[in-house]
Write a protein that binds this ligand. Structure first.
Ligand SMILES: Cc1cc2nc3c(=O)[nH]c(=O)nc-3n(C[C@H](O)[C@H](O)[C@H](O)COP(=O)(O)OP(=O)(O)OC[C@H]3O[C@@H](n4cnc5c(N)ncnc54)[C@H](O)[C@@H]3O)c2cc1C
Length: 372
């Protein structure tokens, strides 16, 4: 919303000390090593600190090296990312006067998988409302084989794609950005499924390259950077083969070290990495940590992969994708109290939820551990 000029970044920031509960000591330092065998974390300034139970909640870090030219491109010109600086996205969108507006994401898992699409829909709406549609091509290039993993939501999004005349290109992973030429190169990662997803197209200024690659010129480029866990977590031997903290996906307890737990973006949970997911993970994790500390066998295996993606599909409307590990659509029954009975469709009431109610709940309830 900040990237589309309908929320201020200033409103998203609060003083962190106000959210540290009584009885919690906040050590302002940087963890550089975990030794799971001797139950110790090493801090940059303060050295080693022992733990009985460790909760790894370090989120993700960005690996710019996975896309050639990305680091240089983000600092300059018409390339932006809501993951890094949403105010720049808004600035560039207002300067956009036509041409190719490309929205993409990497092959790695990313925070809020739907976020790059939200940027695309809001920008497409902006372009339409500002009379730029006829001279613009909005291109949404995604590495996956579907627009969204939950079928009923995918159907809604496909309708939006049609309504905005978005050029949807599936199976395309960004591999290189040339900031001088203002081109982005994609690799077709699904060559068997998508034989000719993209052609030499003068209108879209595409050039087919060898090795299943295609280069597209851009006048505006928004992307999510490739994401991974922090290297010290990987070096501490806590991650699975894909590099995420190796926990039981229902109890959040580490699969090798029983006194380590993990949740949030860092954890190897096969669901979307969102704050909404963490809201449902926390009670399970807390329950199990308390059992462990009391010397009991942990018993709470209730986390079923709930996650939710508030997909803003245009100014003033939103779809709320709520789902579980099986990609089943699981709308919160409480939505009915807001007279929302079909949250898989764009709705103005969901926009109100996103813009006003969720921030209130986040700051006043969720961060304080009050059930919502
Ligand atoms: C553009 C965008 C849109 C999004 N939209 C939504 C949305 O609409 N709904 C939703 O629910 N979620 C959304 N998300 C996702 C959500 O923000 C994340 O899933 C959530 O913040 C993850 O929380 P976390 O605590 O796991 O990680 P983080 O919030 O990243 O927190 C990790 C913490 O660990 C600290 N840390 C890291 N390394 C160290 C270290 N070595 N030593 C000490 N501390 C360390 C960091 O400083 C940070 O404070 C969005 C994210 C983005 C980027």
């Amino acid at each position: 919303m900040v990237g589309a000029g309908c929320y201020s970044l200033k409103n998203c920031i609060r003083e962190e000390s106000n959210f540290i509960p009584d009885g919690v000591e906040w050590i302002k330092d940087y963890a550089i090593k975990i030794d799971p065998k001797s139950y110790e974390v090493t801090l940059q300034k303060q050295g080693r600190i022992a733990y009985q139970v460790l909760i790894v909640a370090t989120g993700v870090t960005y690996d710019f090296s996975m896309i050639e030219g990305l680091k240089e491109a983000l600092d300059r010109g018409v390339v932006c990312s809501n993951y890094i600086n949403p105010e720049k996205t808004w600035e560039l969108l207002q300067k956009f006067k036509g041409g190719n507006a490309i929205f993409t994401q990497p092959t790695t898992p990313i925070k809020c998988g739907g976020a790059p699409q939200k940027a695309a829909y809001l920008s497409a709406d902006y372009i339409r409302k500002h009379g730029l549609k006829e001279k613009s091509n909005v291109i949404l290039a995604l590495p996956g084989s579907v627009i969204f993993g939950v079928k009923i939501i995918a159907e809604t999004l496909m309708q939006k794609v049609k309504e905005y005349d978005i050029h949807l290109k599936l199976g395309l992973a960004p591999v290189k950005i040339d900031i001088q030429k203002r081109t982005i190169t994609f690799k077709n990662v699904l060559p068997n499924e998508n034989q000719c997803i993209i052609n030499d197209d003068p209108k879209l200024r595409t050039t087919i390259l060898p090795e299943n690659k295609v280069e597209i010129a851009f006048d505006f480029l928004h992307l999510a950077p490739p994401q991974t866990t922090h290297s010290f977590i990987k070096e501490s031997g806590l991650t699975n083969s894909l590099g995420w903290v190796d926990v039981n996906i229902h109890s959040l307890q580490h699969n090798v070290y029983p006194n380590i737990f993990s949740l949030g973006d860092a954890a190897a949970l096969p669901t979307a990495k969102t704050g909404a997911a963490i809201r449902k993970q926390v009670p399970v994790l807390v329950d199990n940590v308390l059992s462990y500390l009391k010397g009991k066998t942990i018993q709470n295996f209730d986390y079923q992969g709930y996650s939710s993606c508030p997909l803003v599909t245009g100014y003033g409307e939103m779809v709320l994708a709520e789902f579980n590990y099986k990609n089943e659509f699981t709308p919160d029954p409480k939505l009915k109290r807001m007279l929302i009975f079909d949250s898989y469709k764009p709705h103005w009431r969901l926009w109100i939820l996103k813009k006003y109610i969720l921030p209130y709940l986040y700051w006043n309830k969720m961060l304080k551990g009050i059930p919502v």
